[in-house]
Design a protein around this ligand. Structure first.
Ligand SMILES: Cc1ncc(C[n+]2csc(CCOP(=O)(O)OP(=O)(O)O)c2C)c(N)n1
Ligand code: SF4
Ligand SMILES: [Mg+2]
Length: 290
């Protein structure tokens, strides 16, 4: 029998979408629907884990195994799901607050382990769900509900942090360019190892529509300039553009293939353990702790 071709529509759910009109997250959702359809990943082979926030509602809007984790914890949960069922394509999605504030420790240690996950962060540079508090990526000086006289802190640079920690795929997208973002997501999914896709995804309610203009005016597509994503030093320079040149890099910033993933490491340990025959079975191991 001929296989039915999946389309973006097959990944939509009936859950009403409650984002504000104009929210950047609509673009991200559309890019994900199209990316998984292009790759023909059946919904039963797809997992989406999110955290808490407006952006994290996205898990409910994708026809797949979905899990709304607690705030800041989608990465360890997705890592566990991937280890338990390596056949699942695992997407992790959330906001800048979820991933780069309360979830920073998981961000750091997940990258160290290089699990085969695609992490899509909807970076709107604000806490949207809780009504407009300063976030770790809010620019210095910006007025928010919790910084009425301007944000006194320097923003975190997730791209540079991920690069320093050894992430094997780092990209930045824009929810105002769904076609481009879709390709970044497809490439992230096809990459073996941890893929970070930071998406500038404006919160029109708490930061205003001009966030779209900011990315349009300052965005530089890496495909249009001579950037080699396999060159770590060149990638490092690109991660600094927002600070050094007031430019927003868009595209694949860094990519290295062939690095061991968490699954490779687990398989190696299991093989070593079997070869050494240290224990006859798990009961012998447990006995040691009595
Ligand atoms: C442990 C815990 N602390 C605080 C909160 C409240 N809270 C919910 S969402 C959120 C921030 C979300 O910001 P972000 O991840 O950037 O998502 P956005 O709404 O901007 O998409 C906070 C502080 C919570 N739910 N759980
Ligand atoms: S508050 Fe901001 S982030 Fe949340 S749905 Fe509205 S526009 Fe989007
Ligand atoms: Mg946010």
């Amino acid at each position: 029998m001929e296989k039915v071709k999946l389309t973006a529509k097959d990944y939509k759910t009936k859950i009403p979408i409650v984002w504000c009109p104009g929210c950047g997250d609509f673009g991200v959702l559309s890019a994900i629907h199209q990316a998984v359809a292009d790759l023909q990943i059946p919904p039963e082979k797809l997992g989406v884990v999110s955290g808490i926030g407006c952006s994290s509602r996205i898990a409910g809007y994708i026809n797949a195994y979905g899990f709304n984790a607690i705030h800041g914890r989608p990465l360890p949960i997705a890592t566990g799901a991937k280890v338990a069922n390596p056949e699942l394509t695992m997407l992790v999605a959330g906001g800048d607050g979820d991933g780069y504030s309360i979830g920073t420790n998981h961000f750091v240690h997940t990258i160290r382990r290089n699990p085969d996950l695609t992490y899509i962060v909807m970076d709107n540079r604000i806490y949207g769900l809780t009504k407009g508090q300063v976030s770790p990526t809010t620019p210095t000086g910006d007025v928010t509900k919790t910084t009425p006289l301007g944000n006194p802190e320097r923003p975190l640079n997730p791209l540079a942090l991920a690069l320093e920690l050894g992430a094997t795929y780092i990209a930045q997208g824009f929810s105002g360019n769904v076609k481009h973002l879709k390709e970044l997501i497809k490439e992230g999914i096809q990459h073996k190892g941890f893929a970070l896709i930071n998406v500038l995804s404006p919160c029109v309610t708490f930061r205003g529509k001009q966030e779209y203009d900011y990315v349009r005016d300052h965005g530089v597509y890496l495909d249009d300039v001579d950037h080699d994503p396999s060159d770590w030093n060149a990638a490092h320079e690109v991660t600094q553009w927002m600070l050094t040149k007031n430019q927003v890099p868009l595209g694949v910033i860094y990519k290295v293939e062939g690095k061991k993933t968490l699954a490779d490491e687990i398989n190696e340990v299991q093989e070593k353990a079997r070869a050494k025959k240290i224990y006859k079975d798990v009961r012998e191991l447990i006995e040691q702790f009595r």
